[in-house]
Design a protein around this ligand. Sequence first.
Ligand SMILES: Nc1ncnc2c1ncn2[C@@H]1O[C@H](COP(=O)(O)OP(=O)(O)OP(=O)(O)O)[C@@H](O)[C@H]1O
Ligand SMILES: Nc1ncnc2c1ncn2[C@@H]1O[C@H](COP(=O)(O)OP(=O)(O)OP(=O)(O)O)[C@@H](O)[C@H]1O
Ligand SMILES: [Mg+2]
Ligand SMILES: [Mg+2]
Lengths: 256, 256
Amino acid sequence: MGKVVAIANQKGGVGKTTTAVNLAAALGLLNKQVLIIDADPQGNASSGLGHKEGDIDGELYDLITGDRSIADVLIKEVSTNLDLIPSTVELVGAEIELVQKEDREFVLSKIINQIRDNYDYIFIDCLPSLGILTLNALTSADSVIVPAQCEIYSLEGLGKLKNTISLVQSELNANLKVEGIVLSMYDKRLRMANMVVETIKEILTDPIFETIIHRNSKIGEAPSTGKPILLYDISSKGATNFLNLAYEFLQNNDDE
Amino acid sequence: MGKVVAIANQKGGVGKTTTAVNLAAALGLLNKQVLIIDADPQGNASSGLGHKEGDIDGELYDLITGDRSIADVLIKEVSTNLDLIPSTVELVGAEIELVQKEDREFVLSKIINQIRDNYDYIFIDCLPSLGILTLNALTSADSVIVPAQCEIYSLEGLGKLKNTISLVQSELNANLKVEGIVLSMYDKRLRMANMVVETIKEILTDPIFETIIHRNSKIGEAPSTGKPILLYDISSKGATNFLNLAYEFLQNNDDE
Ligand SMILES: Nc1ncnc2c1ncn2[C@@H]1O[C@H](COP(=O)(O)OP(=O)(O)OP(=O)(O)O)[C@@H](O)[C@H]1O
Ligand SMILES: Nc1ncnc2c1ncn2[C@@H]1O[C@H](COP(=O)(O)OP(=O)(O)OP(=O)(O)O)[C@@H](O)[C@H]1O
Ligand SMILES: [Mg+2]
Ligand SMILES: [Mg+2]
C-alpha cells in the first residue's frame, strides 16, 4: 500500500513543484515505484516533466468530475519508475465542482485509493492556497512535506499552515503527519537565511530535513527541458541535494 | 480621481507583494497620495509595512462582509503619504462570501469608489490565484502591473494571465489596461534569465517596464523590519531600482 505525501505551503514560489518533481524522480531512480499528481492549475509539475498544456488529453480535473477513468489520464514513465496524473488550467473549475459535492474533502482520496497499491510513494504537488484542492490533498495524505524559503514572508506563513494541518488532523484525517520541512533555495551568503533557519528551528516542533536544498541555477534551468534535475545535470549541486533528500526520506520511512 | 492599479500574477513568489509595497512607498516619498490594499489572506503587504496579524483590528474582509466602515479599517501613514487597508487570514472567508453575492465581481470596486478621490494612486496586492478575489481586483482596476520572474514556470503562466485579463476586459471591465510587466529578481549571471527576457519580449505585445528589479538581499531583509526598501536601506541597489520604477511609472502616466 503506497504512502501518500502532500507537498504543500500556501506561500507562493517556495519550491513546492521543484521539491515534488525532483524528490519523486530521485526515488524513481532509486527503484521505487512513484506517482506524482499535479494538483495545481498552473500545471508546473506536468510541464516540468515534459507535458505542456497543449499535449495533455486527460487530466486530474476529468477524474474529479468523473468524466474519465484513471487509465485514460495516467501518463506512464515520464521519468524512470515515475508516472504522472497531469493538470492544466482546467483544474481551476475543480474548486467550484468540489464545493458542491457532499463529500467535498474526500474526492481526491477516493481517486487515489483506486491506484494506491500500484505505487510505493504518491506525491501531490499543491497550488499556493489553503482552499478546497489543498484540503483534498491533505485529507488524502499520510504525511505532508512543507518546502520553506529562508525568508521572512515564508516564515510568517508557516504558522497558518500549521493551523490548517491541525484542523485537518482533528476533523478530516487523523492519520496526517508532518514528514518534514525542507529548507529550499538556501543561500548561505544571506544573513537573513541563517536567521530564519534558527527561528524555524526554535518555533516549530515539526521535523526539519537535514538535507537543505541550495539555490542552484541548474534547478531553475531543468524545467525548460522537461527533465528533473537528476536527468538534466547529474553533476550539479541541485542533483546532489535531491539525491540526498531522497535517501533521507527513505531512511525516515525505514525503506532503505 | 485616483488611478487604481492591480498587482497580479497567479504564479507564486514572483514579487507581487515586493512590487506593491515598494512601488507604492516610493510614490509616497515622491509626494503622491497613495493607498495600498492587501487582497491576500497571507497578509504579507500588511506585515511588510509593519502591521502583523496580531495588531490588526479591522481589515478588508470586514469591508467585504459590510461589518465595518472604511474609516474603521484604514491605517493612515504606514509610510510617508501611504495608507493601508490590511488583511489577515480571515480574508480566506471572503471567497465564500463573494461567490454568493449577486454582484460578486464588483464588490471591491464599490468599496474603492468610496475613497478613490482621496488618493492619486491605489495599489491592490493580489494573492497567487485567478479566483474571485483577483477578479475583483482586476474589475476595480484601471490597469494591471504583472511582476514576472525570469524563469520558465513564470513564463508559462503569463499566457494564462493574459487570457484572464482579456476575459475581464470583455466581460467585466472594458477599461482595464496592462500598465506593464515588471521583470523581478533578475540575476544577470543566469543564462536562463536572459533567454526568458528575450522570449517575454517576443511573445507578448504588452509593455515591459524598462526598469528591471535585480535580485538584492536587502529587498528580502526589509520586510522583517516592517519598512519598505527605500526606508530600510536607501543606498541599496533595490532602493534605486524601485525609485527608478516609480519615476518610470509617473512618466508613463504623464504625472512627473
Ligand atoms: N533550489 C533552487 N535553486 C534555484 N531555483 C529554484 C530552486 N527551487 C526552485 N527554484 C525556482 O524558483 C521558482 C519557484 O519554485 P517553484 O515553482 O518550485 O515553487 P512553488 O512553491 O511550486 O510555486 P507556486 O507557489 O507558484 O506553486 C521556480 O522558477 C523554480 O524553478
Ligand atoms: N528583487 C528581489 N531580491 C531579493 N528578494 C526578493 C526580491 N523580490 C522579492 N524577493 C523575496 O522573494 C520572496 C517572494 O517575493 P514576494 O513575496 O514579493 O512574491 P509574491 O508574488 O508576492 O508571492 P505570493 O505569490 O506568495 O504572494 C519574498 O521572500 C521576497 O522578500
Ligand atoms: Mg508550484
Ligand atoms: Mg504576495
